[in-house]
Design a protein around this ligand. Structure first.
Ligand code: GLN
Length: 319
């Protein structure tokens, strides 16, 4: 496992390694861009960027790293952090579990016994988590969420209105999950408000550079390395990373933990964040997805980075 003191050694080869990785996978054509809403279906499948931000604030990046896209499911990680801050881990655990499902991210299932959604990284769990965000009304809840994202990105963020509107119009499956949870008393009456906030969090615009800085903030005990400011209470970083490690890559989470070995989260627009605790955050963006909804190039890039630099958390020896 790589440590902070290894950073200097890694850093010298990082930029050229990223450039080589980018050229190696740039022409790879497999995977399908998400097409459940027109805004995602029309994205250019060739967009591709890799970015690494270290806990010291150094950035290495290649490709279309300024290209904006909607954060989608990667938002679940950060909203989980906000819900932990709002309610603490004990209460949160009564409403959302921390068990991987082995099922698709949008499976309509709850834990038989507890009636909780399985974890905050699948849609049902994320909707439940989002429904717990505090605020006196919908505007205050949205503003608290945007403020939270801004602490991680170090700049203003906004919601893409056309993606949000499409998500809302077509989100029947998510609506069904919300109704199921309402039936079991796992979320409160106002499910349309909770769903709106969930669709808004998915529609927040970021670029690959932002993803790396957000990931580096989690790698850095919740302190944004660019601003030096705390984005999330450091007490909760271990909770966030544990759930990412076991559940962040959907029904590929086990294989990912085995092969890549670091906490990560993917989103349906093609982003992946991965965290090397105390060392760095990785962001990859490439829209074509595999059958589980993870970016094809993103997975490959992270596998190679992990192998090359010994990033796996349980790697006991150095090359
Ligand atoms: N907006 C998508 C949904 O709720 C996000 C899913 C994802 O990124 N996997 O279905």
């Amino acid at each position: 496992m790589v440590k902070q003191e290894d950073l200097q050694t890694i850093a010298s080869s990082l930029q050229s390694f990223l450039e080589d990785l980018h050229s190696k996978y740039e022409s790879r054509g497999d995977g399908t861009v998400a097409n459940y809403i027109p805004e995602l279906a029309k994205v250019n499948p060739d967009l591709f960027s890799i970015c690494i931000a270290t806990v010291n604030g150094d950035v290495y990046e290649v490709g279309d790293y300024n290209q904006l896209f909607t954060i989608q499911s990667i938002s679940k990680v950060f909203v989980h952090g906000l819900a932990l801050e709002d309610h603490g881990r004990d209460y949160l655990l009564t409403r959302v579990g921390v068990e991987p499902t082995g099922d698709a991210f949008n499976a309509i299932i709850l834990d038989e016994k507890s009636k909780r959604p399985y974890n905050p990284m699948v849609n049902a769990g994320a909707i439940a988590t989002t429904s717990l965000i505090k605020g006196s009304d919908a505007t205050e809840r949205l503003n608290r969420m945007l403020d939270m994202f801004e602490k991680y990105t170090s700049h203003n963020v906004f919601v893409d209105i056309s993606v949000f509107t499409s998500e809302r119009i077509t989100g029947h499956r998510n609506r069904a999950m919300a109704h199921l949870m309402l039936n079991f008393g796992m979320i409160d009456q106002n499910i349309e408000q909770a769903l709106d906030l969930y669709f808004q969090q998915c529609s927040v615009m970021v670029n690959c550079h932002d993803l790396a800085v957000m990931a580096a903030t989690l790698a850095n005990k919740g302190i944004n390395p660019m601003t030096g400011k705390q984005a999330v209470d450091s007490r909760y970083v271990k909770d966030i990373l544990s759930v990412m490690y076991t559940c962040g890559m959907y029904n590929f989470a086990g294989e990912w933990a085995y092969k890549v070995g670091i906490p990560a989260k993917s989103g349906i627009s093609g982003g992946i964040i991965a965290i090397v605790p105390d060392v760095m955050g990785i962001g990859v963006f490439s829209p074509p997805l595999d059958s589980r909804g993870n970016s094809v190039r993103g997975v490959k890039v992270c596998e190679e980075l992990s192998q090359q630099f010994g990033l796996h958390l349980f790697e006991c020896w150095r090359k």
